[in-house]
Design a protein around this ligand. Sequence first.
Ligand SMILES: Cc1cc2nc3c(=O)[nH]c(=O)nc-3n(C[C@H](O)[C@H](O)[C@H](O)COP(=O)(O)OP(=O)(O)OC[C@H]3O[C@@H](n4cnc5c(N)ncnc54)[C@H](O)[C@@H]3O)c2cc1C
Length: 439
Amino acid sequence: MKIVDLLPVYDQSNGWHEILEPLPEATVLTGDRVCDYLVIGGGYSGLAAARRLAELDPSADIVLIDGDRIGNNAAGRSSGFAIDHAHNLRAKSFADAKAAAQAAIVMNRAGLDWLGDTIAANGIDCQWVQEGKYHAAATSRGERMLGQFAESLDAIDEDYSLLDAEACREVFGTNFYTKALHAPHSYLCQPAAMVRGLAATMPDNVTIYEDSMVTGVDYGPPHTVQTSRGTASAPVLVLATNGFTEGFGFLRKHLIPLITWGSMTRELTDEESGRIGGDASYGIIAAHPAGTSVRRVTTPHNRILVRNIFSFSKRSDFVGRKQWAAKTHRRSFERRWPQLSGVPFEHSWGGALSLSRNGEPVFGELRDGGVYGTVVHNGVGIARGTISGKLLAEMIMGEDSELLRQMQAKGRPNRNLPFQDLGVRINARARRVIAGREE
Ligand SMILES: Cc1cc2nc3c(=O)[nH]c(=O)nc-3n(C[C@H](O)[C@H](O)[C@H](O)COP(=O)(O)OP(=O)(O)OC[C@H]3O[C@@H](n4cnc5c(N)ncnc54)[C@H](O)[C@@H]3O)c2cc1C
């Protein structure tokens, strides 16, 4: 049996998860469970893959296993921007770059449409709203980047509107931003509520086991995974395990594992909300890619979330940096809302995401005999993780579609460079310096 030697380990600090009602006790895998399809990972990708397998074959017995509670994973730790186009579109005027950017948007929107339909059909209460996303600048460099972004959107006929400093103040309740671009097609959500809700409303032929870390695997077929209290076997194994897929013996030196952090205030009082004004709910992505994302979260929560900083690490329990991240978040928060300097953060947390050097995903067969993977969503996990998991299920079931063919035509992550970790750290540091006040 192969030992799975890279495991997700998360503490209980994820604000999105902690502010919800406590979950009922987990169903833990015990005994020897045999099924038709075995999905490991209850993030966006694994949830989509399991649901779609079940939809396409209602008679199949599908098991999804997660090592943690669904909601406390990276999916539930995200900032809840369900976005349709990247922040750094490279559409420019080249025809092939334009076509690639448009195809990526079509793919992301297919993920968001399916997710939105699933949320609506199952009445999942996760504040899924099409509010769009703001890209906002606080420096002249940021304003230039916004201008370039607007040009990219023009090149691919995407609509947007621009806000001057006064309009920014009215919407965001701060004088911090000098210019913003609003792109209307994205959604915002409460990510932990969303993944919990997706898990709770799975079709009847899906069984979910949580708090069941897979620590060993025997590749077959049938493929058997081992947890501390049981085993599960199936002829088809889907790994939707984010960067932890390395622990299963795949993609070593092909993933760029990052940890990024968010912090969330305690609930604002009505007086504090009134002090800053602005809209009750919005999401801001900094014009500079190394800048700070912000969510103003609507009732019943009425909180503010900030997210920034990346660290190169395979380990999700990379907590040594949490204090440092929280301090940086504090500075970013007070720059934007000095009127709220007395409002503490109630939660600060980190989570894992994986990138690849060439931006290509892991999609399809990882190994002969029915071992599949859906990994690397490049920080756009809600849209891309969902569509990748859904299309993978369709591929396994022998379906055919234009989108599936597009996904299959994508490349694979290329090998990391020697000293990739050092390169990423230097790059992250340099980008932070350039981002300056946008952090
Ligand atoms: C702070 C933060 C903010 C982010 N903001 C956004 C955002 O606003 N929008 C967006 O689209 N994306 C965002 N992301 C990225 C997004 O969260 C990820 O891209 C997404 O979670 C990836 O989905 P996934 O299903 O591939 O992996 P995950 O969500 O990580 O799910 C993988 C699952 O596999 C399980 N697993 C792994 N190994 C094992 C094992 N051995 N045994 C059992 N279970 C295992 C894990 O417990 C986990 O539940 C953010 C990420 C972070 C950390």
